[in-house]
Structure formats: structure tokens, C-alpha cells
Design a protein around this ligand. Structure first.
Ligand SMILES: [Zn+2]
Length: 495
């Protein structure tokens, strides 16, 4: 028996006609080829058994001469077992010489094997920014299909920001209708999603075991809101409409609470994202309403306003039985430092979680994890897919000069800078599709794939960073890239 080690996998191969491992992404945590093959058609039903001891979302897949058996403890586990089985079928089909293959759904020889698999993290996310432009339901559904195939389970929908508010909130109708800056959407594009569109996307995601996490980006990044409702901005003279909410206006606070009521009614997600990134304070300095607000609350500095706002919203969300998450700015200082906010203004660790993006001397979300917050990691240097890919003659435009090639995406370690005793605070991670320069869905797909293969594998399997074999991963990623291209997904070259 030949035994090879791939990453954390010990793979036993015995007399199999499969000389190499099936190209699965993410690679299962345990996979053993047991030798021989069995014919299996897409129309065949595997035998399914419920085994309570299998972890949530986990499954076991046995392929023997007698057929295919799936064991699982929950619906998600059964779903992921079927995704793996579909990848095995696709892999087996690739191995048949051209012209000798079976009908698309016909019987094909699958390798006999034993898989035991479960995710390393329960937040395996893909973020999509849809405020600069709106891609539409078709693009989102295509994205959800691929997310499910690669075992992602969170769709983080960033639909409010500087340049628009893209879902109709009927109580404040101007948001969806008057927030977008002129010229951002062509005439053929709808400017926002209706309630029915959102219900359709939620149902589609649910069928694929994907939770849609909505983000209300407060109190900064809110020029979309202040364009639609100017009184929600500080009444100060400025060249551009302020990109921050006037926290001193009671109507603004009422709006923020009603927006939370509305997302809680619309989205079943337990977690509600409240933004919190890159909040400017200089408007608050000059605003008579905000200065009065500070006096009432005994605040000495505008630095205390955002932490108050975060705590207020997190408590409001907690009372509704949900949980808030915000970008790492909600617990750390602004700017180029790796420093926590003063303990007197920090939000409660039970009511708010932290989503990381900034990489300083340490990854700031790791600092938050070490402080006791539950965190979702999306450090920009590994997971921001609006960064360049290092591809020669790349036809698309990217944000800034940062480069995140596939190899760097595969170096993402959700535990980087996290103390061993704080590892349990890392609940997962995600890749982020910011779309300032991402003009169309073809552009979006190009930036996301193949890099999202790396994120998918890290969040599901999380091979030990020092045991990852990029060449081996690349070979599998190249195979999946070929499949996506055959499905007309605009996947970028490997390098
Ligand atoms: Zn103000």
C-alpha cells in the first residue's frame, strides 16, 4: 500500500485505478482511497444514514463496491456530502479519454474511498459590495451556486455605503431612490432591489445552506444616506455632503434603530452587520447638535461618539435576540496603529463581534480576538479580491497597488497573531469583493476565481500553514478553473 501525505492528510492508496487523488476543493480533512471503483450515475441515490455523533455540517462518505453511503447529523452535512460526491463525479469524468465518456448523467467509475469531513470554521463567508454598482439577482445567484459548491455558508451583503443604498426600505423611500450618485448605473440597470428580489435571493441562499448577513454601514460611509436625507448629516458647511451620520440629531438615531428593525424583519440572519469602518470625526467637531449631544453624555472628545453609537446599536440588536458584528474599527484606534480603544468605551464582548480587515503590525481582528471578542477574519492582504492578482496583461482595473496573487490568498491563516488561548474566539473568515473598479459581473468573477478556491479550502479544511503545499493545491485549483471556464464563469489565469 502506498501512503502519501498531502497537507494534513494521510492518504492511503491501494491498487486503485485512480493513480492520483481526486481534485476536490476544499480537500476533505480525512480521505482514504481503498482501491477499486464502482459505477455510479447522477440519477443513482446514495444510501443515507443519520449519525448523531457527526459534527454540525460534517459528513462521512463511503464509496465501496456495494455503492455510495452518506452519513450525517444535520441537513447541511448531507448537502455538503452531495457537493463532494458531485465533485467526485466531475473528477471521474475528466479521467475518461475524450470521446469515451458516458452520457452526462450516466454511470461513471468512482474511486472506492472513505471520507470523514467537517468544517474548521462555521463562518465561511463571501462578501459582495453592491453600492458602487448593482450586479443584479442573476449575478448573485451565480455566486451563491459556486459558494455552495465550495462549501461557503455566509453571503455578506454590503448594500449601503458612500455611493448608494441598494435595497428598498419603504419607511425611508428616498434611500433606494435618491442615494445613488448620478452616472454610477447605466439606464438598463435597476438602481435597487425590491422586497420581492430580496425574498427571492434569501430563498435561493437558504436552499444552499447559505446565510445572508446584511450590513448597514454606520455611522461613517453614509453619504448615500445623507444624500437621500440631508438632515441625517451634521449641518456644517462642506464641499461634499458629509460621509457620516449626525449622531446629535435624535431623528438620525431613530432612523438607525428603524433600519435595524427593518433588517431584522427582512433577514433571518442571527448576525446583523453594523459597519463601523473608517468613520470621520471632523464634522462632529463642528456640529452644534453633536457638541450638545457630547455635553449631555459627558463626553470629552468626539472619539467617544462612535463607541457610544456602537454600544447603543449592539444593545438594541441584542434586545431583538440578534447579535451585532462590526469592522475592527469598533474596538481599535483609527489610523496606522495596532492599539485597542480605551477600555472605558469598548463595547460589551457578549453583544458584538468583530470583523477584521486591517493589517498593521498585527492583524487588528487578532488583537480583538486576544481581547476576548469573537472575530471573523478577512485581513485585506489575503482576502481582498479588489487587489491585483499579479497577472501579466490583466485587462481589469484594481484598487490601489496592493497585490494578492493566488499564492498569497492560500497563505491566509485565520489564527495569525492570535494567542493560543484565544483561538476559540476566531469563528471564521471570508473573502471580500469590494467593487469600486469592478464594473461588470465578468470583472467580478475574474477577480474572485481562482482566489476564492484558496479561501474556501482554508475556511473548511484549514490545513496547517506550515504544511500547505501550494503546488499540490494549484494543480487542483487549475482543474477546477477549467471546469468553471467550461461553465462560462470568467475565471482568471492561475498567474
Ligand atoms: Zn452632528
Amino acid at each position: 500500500m502506498k501512503r502519501i501525505v498531502v497537507g494534513l492528510l494521510a492518504v492511503a492508496m491501494a491498487g486503485s485505478s485512480f493513480a492520483s487523488l481526486p481534485a476536490l476543493i476544499p480537500i476533505p480533512r480525512e480521505l482514504k482511497l481503498t482501491g477499486g471503483t464502482v459505477a455510479f450515475a447522477a440519477t443513482n441515490s446514495p444510501k443515507v444514514e443519520v449519525v448523531a455523533s457527526i459534527p454540525p455540517e460534517g459528513y462521512e462518505l463511503s464509496i465501496t463496491k456495494d455503492g455510495v453511503t452518506i452519513r450525517h447529523s444535520d441537513d447541511a452535512g448531507l448537502f455538503y456530502a452531495k457537493q463532494t460526491l458531485a465533485q467526485l463525479r466531475a473528477d471521474a469524468t475528466e479521467r475518461v479519454p475524450p470521446g469515451k465518456g458516458p452520457a452526462p448523467s450516466g454511470p461513471i467509475a468512482l474511486p472506492c474511498l472513505e471520507i470523514k469531513d467537517s468544517p474548521a470554521f462555521h463562518w465561511r463567508g463571501v462578501h459582495l459590495g453592491e453600492t458602487q454598482r448593482l450586479y443584479g439577482k442573476g449575478t448573485i445567484k451565480r455566486m451563491l451556486d459556486l459558494m455552495a459548491r465550495y462549501k461557503f455558508n455566509v453571503f455578506h451583503w454590503h448594500f449601503t455605503d458612500v455611493k448608494g443604498w441598494r435595497i428598498d426600505f419603504p419607511e425611508y423611500p428616498n434611500l433606494a431612490r435618491k442615494s445613488a450618485l448620478p452616472g454610477l448605473c447605466s439606464n438598463e440597470q435597476a438602481l435597487f432591489y425590491s422586497k420581492e428580489d430580496v425574498a427571492d435571493i434569501l430563498a435561493y441562499a437558504k436552499e444552499r445552506h447559505i446565510t445572508v448577513v446584511p450590513e448597514l454601514d454606520f455611522p461613517g460611509h453614509s453619504r448615500g444616506i445623507t444624500t437621500a436625507y440631508p438632515d441625517f448629516a451634521c449641518p456644517v458647511k462642506a464641499k461634499k455632503r458629509p460621509d457620516v451620520l449626525c449622531v446629535g440629531n435624535p431623528e438620525t438615531l431613530k432612523f438607525a434603530e428603524r433600519a435595524i428593525d427593518w433588517v431584522c424583519e427582512t433577514f433571518p440572519s442571527e448576525v446583523i452587520h453594523i459597519g463601523g469602518d473608517e468613520c470621520p470625526r471632523h464634522f462632529w467637531e463642528k456640529c452644534p447638535r453633536c457638541r450638545e449631544f457630547m455635553k449631555q453624555h459627558g463626553m470629552k472628545s468626539t472619539k467617544e461618539i462612535q463607541p457610544w453609537f456602537t454600544r447603543h446599536l449592539a444593545e438594541y440588536i441584542a434586545k431583538k435576540g440578534r447579535k451585532a458584528i462590526g469592522w475592527d474599527d469598533i474596538v481599535t484606534e483609527h489610523g496606522n496603529v495596532a492599539k485597542a480603544l480605551d477600555a472605558s468605551v469598548l463595547p460589551d464582548r457578549e453583544s458584538v463581534m468583530v470583523m477584521g480587515y486591517r493589517c498593521r503590525s498585527v492583524i487588528l481582528a487578532s488583537l480583538a480576538a486576544n481581547m476576548g471578542y469573537k472575530v471573523v477574519q478577512s485581513p485585506s492582504k489575503y482576502t481582498y479580491f479588489d487587489y491585483r492578482q499579479g497577472i501579466a496583461d490583466d485587462p481589469f482595473k484594481y484598487f490601489g497597488r496592493s497585490v494578492t496573487p493566488l499564492e498569497t490568498a492560500y497563505k491566509f491563516d485565520p489564527y495569525e497573531d492570535v494567542k493560543p488561548e484565544a483561538r476559540a474566539n476566531v469563528i471564521g473568515g471570508q473573502c471580500c469583493n469590494w467593487t469600486l473598479y469592478t464594473l461588470t459581473y465578468r470583472d467580478l468573477e475574474w477577480k474572485m476565481w481562482p482566489r476564492a478556491f484558496a479561501t474556501a479550502e482554508i475556511l473548511w479544511t484549514n490545513p496547517e500553514p506550515n504544511k500547505r503545499d501550494f503546488a499540490e493545491f494549484s494543480a487542483r485549483a487549475a482543474e477546477h478553473r477549467r471546469r468553471l471556464i467550461r461553465e462560462h464563469i470568467n475565471c482568471a489565469p492561475m498567474k
